[in-house]
Design a protein around this ligand. Sequence first.
Ligand code: 3PG
Length: 407
Amino acid sequence: MGRYLRIEDLDLGDKAVFLRVDINSPIDPKTGRLLDDTRIKAIKGTLEALSGSRVVIGAHQGRPGDEDFTSLRAHAELMEDTIGRRVEFVEDIFGPLARRAIGELKAGDILLLENLRFASEEVLDAPPEVLAKTHLVRNLAPLLDAYVNDAFATAHRASASMVGFPEVLPSAAGKLMERELGALEAITESPRRPCVFLIGGAKVEDKVPVVRSALERGYADKVLVGGIVAKVFLRAAGFALGNGDEAALSKRAALVEMAKGLVGKWGDRIAMPRDVAVKRDGGRAEVPIERMREFDSSMDLGMATIEEYRSIISGAGTIVANGPMGVFEEEGFALGTKAVLEAIANSKAFKVIGGGHLAALAQELGISDKFSHVSTGGGALLKLLSGGSLPALEALERAAERFRPKA
Ligand code: 3PG
């Protein structure tokens, strides 16, 4: 038996189970429509394994203040279509409406609670014993028999729904969580060298520390940066950015400082763009990084950088990639992200991609099956593979010690 329990290790029959999932999905800001059901499809196996239980699903969407911080009503509808079972939605988290709906559940029913992050406690990063005393856990735990965590993509967050419940309820990992952790073991235990990380996209507050940890702990032999992450490193290396990019980094001075330290210490192991693509006369133009400042914002890797990144990728033993290399949604600026993704797909390395953008692009290009693993996680994937700990996994391991059924 592993360090955490699996659904089969607990007798969940018709029990009331809190199932934490990650169905955080891209949303069309104008219509509120969900644009991708990958994460919803990914929890199908777990819902099948719990088909006789009374399932209470907890999930989040977006972050407070962001455009995609919305209700989960649309998720319930999409989930119903995707899994072909009735999914009841309640516009409440732990108040009377939610508690009554949970109390009325029958074996085989599925109830989705409102966006957990509408409750301020869910964005509290605190020790497990504090999270176990939150209103969410104190109000719902008495109505529940067990807890299952299938939210691999949120496993790097120590929030109440991820870490609080396993302190007080018998807890197990869901099928997706198991699959993700199993597939990634090959890298965490003995990665084939050289190990190359490609880190792009946004969420730089999470990603620059990941670059540091991957280099310091020796998980990455080389880190290739793109997207906004590359801008932080270019700024740290002393290059002036365009006005738009400078403005975006103005509130991130501490991150630029951290990147400066990394460039000073690990400069030979960090590859950053030598040229970029910018918008000129409505189209794509290539410029060396010394001229970036003349344009509002850089939008993609330039051709010379694409070639350099391709060559590093072709020599890798293990590749971990998360986040696009530029503004790939805009016509003419997907070149870098596509070229790099195709180079990874064609390499002989053990290759893992994560995060919604790369997974969706791989699907669009019809190359998803060329990867060793396509993860539903972005930040969680990077944290695990750069040697960081996942609070949700640690919580499941502690729960296994406490609640392991007697043989
Ligand atoms: C993700 O999309 O990476 C997860 O849902 C976690 O989201 P967060 O970075 O807002 O915690």
